[in-house]
Design a protein around this ligand. Sequence first.
Ligand code: NDP
Length: 444
Amino acid sequence: MPQVLNPKTTHWEFSGLPGAIGITLGLPTLITFFALITNETYSLDGINLDITAVLSQLPSTPTEWFELCFNKACWTAYLVWFFGLVVLDFILPGKNMKGVALRDNTQLNYKINGLAMSGTLVVVLLARVYQSDNWFLPELQFIYDNQLQLTIVTTIFSFLLAVFVYVCSFIPLAKLNGSGNRERILSINGNTGNVIYDWFIGRELNPRIGTWDIKLFCELRPGLLLWFLINLSCIHNQYHTYGEVTDSLILLNALQAFYVFDGVLNEEGVLSMIDITTDGFGFMLSFGDLAWLPWSYSVQTRYVSLPEHKVNLGPVNIALIVGIKALGYYIFHSSNKQKSDFRQGKLDHLNLKSIKTQTGSKLLCDGWWGLSQHINYLGDWLIGWSWCLPTGFQTPLTYFYVIYFGTLLLHRQTRDEAKCKAKYGKQWEEYESKVPYKIIPYVY
Ligand code: NDP
């Protein structure tokens, strides 16, 4: 255990402050741009971008800007959505699980209720469909018709949430709940003392209100489930406006819904992910979870739902794409499970090859983990391809996801490598000599 509970951060990621500011300004601009080029007024044609037409959709006066950013109906809808899920998170039953050991040797309790939460959402949706006239759900149409406004609302909300958790990180825990002398645990990466950088990276590791964990909630609830609703809203709009639903749109909805519910239903797996164990909760995660994920991951669906971009795939293409998804999922799921089972001692009887480290934990270098250091990333990336291919080859825009996600995974791999090098020293070098490929076996 380090002598200082909350050491000062000396290593700045994302090229430090310029990177943090660049991402804070750049990514919200990018998702706003996505909303401006995938709608019924303007949709991107190949690579021919008519920037004047795109920008003409933006307000021209301060009053119009205010109305766009603080649209009453959209803010009300989003606040009801977010806090409605918070209430459900509190009242729905779930099992309690302990997170990984923290630097003060404590473990946080997490309530795992993804099944009850997703079940409730599906039941509510089915009930609304049952009550509806010709399957028309005004709430889905509302999402479709207000993509730009909602993109901005989720961005501003995530900004405010990051300010809230940053400010709270300075309030001693004992003052709030009188709980002895337990200190807040700060993120190893977000404790530089620079306000903007720490706000961006996340100063506190696990911000909570009482026992309610803000980071776990944001990771798997409002943004991920909103993505599912955005996708549904595209089908809804295509059906009610154009009287048809293309097979590519159904496929995209099905593949992405599978991913969403797989994530929500297997939420205990997230407890050992870097986001929960290592990253603080600041603007990077708040924006990533609440705004970036739903509005950038849904770009393909929004694009291909427009009449001028509709794609009918046919059974052969559908089978090929489902095959890529199944392969990706198999690699992703079974490799993550193998590592998790191995770490819990469930595979001891198999005598898999591994390296014992100075910290006591073992590095598996057999099975999936003998093929590459992050074979799970390869599976995830293949899944990403299955979300882009249904759009055909009309524009690079719908392949943005695999390029972005590939970059994210590469960056994650280098961060994780630095962490493991520092943690395991010589044993990590031994692991690298046994498993030389980083992500794709025999390639990289
Ligand atoms: P990993 O699941 O690969 O976990 C890395 C950690 O596992 C290391 O820090 C180390 O932790 C431990 N470890 C590394 N090598 C070994 C080994 N050989 N044997 C045993 N333990 C090992 O990384 P992530 O948390 O980044 O990713 C988890 C999953 O989430 C992946 O499938 C990834 O694709 C996915 N993901 C999805 C995203 C999305 O937006 N869709 C975003 C990011 C990730 P320790 O300190 O315990 O040794």
